[in-house]
Write a protein that binds this ligand. Structure first.
Ligand SMILES: *Cc1c(COP(=O)(O)O)cnc(C)c1O
Length: 442
C-alpha cells in the first residue's frame, strides 16, 4: 500500500488511525448476523466437526500410550475450566468497573502434550494426515485399536514422509512433538521472535528447526516452498488449513459439556461471552465456530490482539482481510505475545467467520504482563503473555452501551458467564516464568 492509499483508507475508516496510534481499543462489528445466516459462509458444517471429534476419539488409545499425561482423560486432549472470582474482584478494582456476571478461565495452557491451544488444531492435523496415509497403505483400518501405531513398523512407515510448518513457536512445538512421535521427519520454520527454549525443545525431539530473521509470514512462506518441492512432504498451512480449524472447533462441544457439569446455564436469558486471543485467526476462529454450533446465538465471541499486531481487526473492519498487513500502516508487529505476532490475518478465517464474531479488542504488551502478574497473585495460575490478551474484554463489553443495546443484552448481564480463553504457557520453563513475573512488577 502506498501513502495515498493509506490516507484514503484512514478517511474511509477512522478506526485505522486509532489502530496506528497503538491505543488499546475495541470495535464491535455492526454487521454480525444470526448463526443460521452466517453458517453458509463458513463452507464447513456440523458434520465436519463431528467427524473431527470421532477421529480424535479413534486416536485416544494411541495418545494414552505415548503420552501418559493423557491417561486421566482417557486419551482426550482437553483442558480445565475454572471460575476466577478472586481475579474478577481484582480486575474490577483495576478497571474501576463493576464486573457483573461470572468470570471463568479455560486453561488451554494446561492442555497435555504441548501446553497451548495448538494442541487442538496442530495435533489434529498431524493425526488426520497420519490416518490418511496409514489407511491408504493398508496398515490401519478405521475400527482398529490405534495404539498399534505405537510400533517400530509404523514409525518406519511414517519416516518415509515429511511434515513442514511455519510458526512463531507454539504451532511448531505441537506439530514437532506429535509428528516426531509418530515417526515423521518434521521441519519447523521459525520466525525471528520464536523463543530459544521452544527451538531447543524441538531439537531434543529430533525436529529440524530452521531459523529466520524475519517474521511469521516469511517463515510460513519458506515452509510452503520447502513442502511444494517435495511430494512426500505435507505442509501444515496455518493461514488456510481447514484441518487445523476443525481441530480447534471440537472445543465447542467440550466446553458445553464442562459448563453442564459445573451447572453453569447458557440460554437466551443467560448469555455466554468468550474472549479469544487471535494471531492468524485459525485457533480463535475454529473455536468460535465450535462454540456457535454448541450454543447458537447465546454465545458471543470476542477476539483479542496486541496493539502491535491487530491484523484480524484490521482485515475484517476494512474488508481487506489478507490484502492488508499491519506493517502497511507502520505498525511493527513486535510483541511479547508469542502466537499473536502476526501482521497479516488468514484470508480464509476472516471471510468465513466475520459474521459470527461480535467484537475485537486490542491490548498493550505492558497490560498483558500486568495481568499475567495479577493472575498469578490472585489465582496462582502461570500463563504466557498471549494467554492474558482476552482478559480486558469483559470491561469493553460491559462499558459498551450501544453494543449491549443492539444485541438485546442489557437486562441479562447479571446472569452472564464470561470465559477468558487462556491459550498458552504450560511449557514455559521456570526461569522464563520468573522473568515474566518480574516484568509484570515493573
Ligand atoms: C497460536 C496462538 C494463538 C492464536 O491462534 P491463531 O490460530 O494464530 O489465531 C493464541 N495464543 C497462543 C498462545 C498461541 O500460540
Amino acid at each position: 500500500m502506498n501513502k495515498q492509499e493509506i490516507v484514503q483508507l484512514v478517511n474511509e475508516f477512522p478506526l485505522v488511525a486509532e489502530l496506528m496510534s497503538l491505543k488499546p481499543l475495541s470495535w464491535f462489528n455492526p454487521n454480525v448476523t444470526s448463526y443460521a445466516e452466517a453458517l453458509p459462509y463458513v463452507e464447513l458444517t456440523e458434520v465436519d466437526v463431528k467427524e473431527t471429534s470421532d477421529r480424535l476419539a479413534r486416536f485416544a488409545s494411541f495418545l494414552c500410550r505415548v503420552f501418559p499425561e493423557t491417561i486421566a482423560s482417557k486419551g482426550i486432549i482437553e483442558s480445565p475450566l475454572l471460575a476466577i472470582s478472586t481475579m474478577q474482584i481484582a480486575l474490577s478494582e483495576r478497571y474501576e468497573t463493576k464486573l457483573l456476571g461470572k468470570m471463568m478461565i479455560k486453561l488451554d495452557a494446561q492442555l497435555p502434550i504441548s501446553g497451548s491451544i495448538k494442541a487442538r488444531g496442530g495435533i489434529h492435523e498431524v493425526l488426520q494426515h497420519a490416518e490418511r496415509l496409514a489407511l491408504n497403505a493398508g496398515i490401519l483400518k478405521l475400527d482398529d485399536d490405534y495404539s498399534k501405531l505405537d510400533s517400530d513398523v509404523c514409525r518406519a512407515f511414517f519416516n518415509q514422509y515429511k511434515i513442514a510448518v511455519g510458526s512463531t513457536g507454539n504451532l511448531g512445538l505441537s506439530i514437532g512433538i506429535i509428528g516426531a512421535c509418530l515417526g515423521f521427519r518434521v521441519s519447523v520454520h521459525m520466525s525471528a521472535d520464536a523463543r530459544q527454549w521452544k527451538k531447543d525443545r524441538l531439537r531434543s525431539h529430533g525436529v529440524n528447526v530452521v531459523e529466520y530473521e524475519f517474521d511469521y509470514s516469511i517463515a510460513v512462506e519458506r515452509g510452503r516452498i520447502e513442502a511444494e518441492a517435495d511430494p512426500c512432504c505435507h505442509f501444515v498451512d496455518d493461514e488456510n488449513s481447514t484441518s487445523l480449524f476443525l481441530g480447534y472447533a471440537v472445543a465447542g462441544e467440550r466446553l458445553k459439556q464442562q459448563l453442564i457439569e459445573q451447572e453453569v446455564v447458557v440460554d437466551t436469558k443467560h448469555p455466554l461471552f468468550v474472549y479469544l486471543p487471535c494471531g492468524v485467526g485459525g485457533g480463535p476462529g475454529g473455536i468460535a465456530f465450535g462454540l456457535k454450533q454448541a450454543f447458537g446465538d447465546n454465545v458471543h465471541c470476542i477476539f483479542a490482539e496486541p496493539t502491535q499486531s491487530p491484523c484480524m481487526l484490521l482485515g475484517v473492519h476494512t474488508g481487506l482481510h489478507d490484502k492488508i498487513a499491519v506493517q502497511d500502516l507502520g505498525i511493527d508487529n513486535i510483541t511479547a505475545a508469542d502466537g499473536l505476532a502476526v501482521g497479516r490475518a488468514s484470508g480464509f478465517v476472516g471471510k468465513a467467520m466475520e459474521r459470527m464474531i461480535d467484537g475485537y479488542i486490542t491490548i498493550s504488551d505492558d497490560e498483558m504482563y500486568r495481568l499475567l502478574g495479577m493472575m498469578y497473585d490472585t489465582e496462582g495460575l502461570k500463563l504466557e503473555p498471549s494467554a492474558l490478551a482476552g482478559v480486558p474484554g469483559i470491561v469493553h463489553v460491559l462499558n459498551n452501551e450501544a453494543y449491549l443495546e443492539r444485541m438485546g443484552l442489557k437486562g441479562l448481564l447479571a446472569n452472564a458467564t464470561h470465559v477468558v480463553w487462556a491459550t498458552g504457557g504450560g511449557m514455559v520453563p521456570e526461569v522464563e516464568m520468573t522473568q515474566y513475573l518480574q516484568q509484570a512488577r515493573v
